[in-house]
Write a protein that binds this ligand. Structure first.
Ligand code: KG4
Ligand code: ZN
Length: 338
């Protein structure tokens, strides 16, 4: 089954063509216009999507050697995300599907991240414990089967990607901060200082990252500007260790509690080198298989949206022309789907 997927929920305009699990093309156009503002400006994001959506879709079709008419179905992110940005993608796909009289499906962006683990020849099986770590989400989900989600843990305040971005900002690093902190952390000493892990006294699968962010801020202020700059890599390494330790501890404990022997990590923070190494090491200790998406499928991309859409289309799910965009859509929620 050939599916064209489209992702316009935030600041990446992306289109991909997949043939069942196999990715034929995955074009990602990142919007540079936000860099000067140190964060995504929603109105600028919508305008950039509007300019780019057709060229990006055409480029991905050309790379795949296919045309729109070759597609068996279409998939588009319909939430969560920025309302204007989402609407550009949703309306483009509704128009194309209506003109070609082909099925289409609205995909939850978070479900897309989950399905980044099912692209190409990934050997993932059920039951699966999924750790979803992005700029907006930090969740642990049990999946007994495809499209079946039971939320068992979530952040009570900031998402872990948001903590990376905020810590980067307060340390004076460029946006988006996650990859910058990761790069510096590799050169630093994680034992330089010990930052607190949120909710460490509770037997919960929830997370809290706002205290960690504040601890880094206070620590940096106490050091003063010169010392802070001299130890930037060490601060990043110590922060990253605390952030990652919380993710690994909760996820491994959840897998053991629910007797699940497979863990899949998804979302932008799945690209983090510290998390990849620590989760794999912990998995090996407890005889649990740990899966990460290939690096290009960790951050926002349309291949994952196409793959999640394929799963739903194969299960007989369809959207209709009433499909709208939902900025705060939850993983377990479905709207305007048949
Ligand atoms: O999944 P994603 O691309 O967008 C959302 O759905 O939010 O995730 C973006 C988040 C940002 O917070 C970014 O800083 C973080 O993922 N991120 C990283 C790394 N690469 C991206 N965080 C830590 N280490 C990385 N290497
Ligand atoms: Zn995302």
């Amino acid at each position: 089954m050939l599916v064209l997927g489209l992702e316009t929920s935030c600041d990446e305009t992306s289109a991909a063509v997949i043939d069942d699990n196999k990715v034929l093309s995955n074009v990602i156009s990142s919007q540079m216009v936000h860099l000067q503002f140190g964060g995504v400006v929603p109105e600028l994001a919508s305008r950039a999507h509007l300019r780019k959506v057709i060229p990006v879709a055409e480029e991905t079709l050309e790379k795949a050697g296919k045309s729109l008419a070759d597609m068996d179905g279409f998939a588009v992110t319909y939430g969560p995300g920025l309302i204007g940005a989402l609407l550009v993608g949703v309306n483009y796909i509704k128009g194309v599907a209506a003109v070609l009289e082909k099925p289409f499906i609205g995909v939850n962006h978070i479900e897309g991240h989950v399905y980044s683990n099912f692209l190409d020849d990934a050997p993932v099986k059920f039951p699966l414990l999924c750790l979803i770590v992005s700029g907006g989400h930090t969740q642990i989900v049990v999946m007994k089967d495809h499209l079946n989600y039971k939320l068992i843990g979530k952040t009570r305040d900031d998402a872990v990607g948001e903590a990376f971005d905020k810590v980067a900002k307060l340390l004076g690093l460029p946006y988006p901060g996650g990859p910058e902190v990761d790069k510096l952390a590799r050169q630093g000493d994680e034992k330089f200082t010990r930052f607190p892990i949120g909710l460490s006294r509770e037997k919960t699968f929830d997370f809290s990252y706002s205290g960690l962010k504040t601890a880094v801020l206070n620590f940096a202020n106490k050091l003063g500007p010169a010392e802070k700059d001299a130890h930037l890599a060490d601060i990043c390494a110590s922060f990253q260790k605390a952030a990652v330790d919380a993710l690994v501890e909760r996820t491994i404990r959840a897998a053991r509690t629910y007797q699940i022997r497979q863990i899949a990590v998804a979302g932008g923070v799945a690209a983090n080198s510290g998390l990849r190494a620590a989760m794999k090491a912990a998995g090996a200790d407890y005889n649990i298989d740990v899966f990460f998406p290939a690096m290009e499928y960790c951050t926002d991309n349309a291949a994952m949206i196409a793959r999640a859409g394929l799963q739903r289309l194969q299960h007989g799910h369809r959207s209709n022309l009433l499909l709208n965009a939902y900025p705060s859509l939850k993983l377990e929620e479905e709207r305007h789907q048949e």
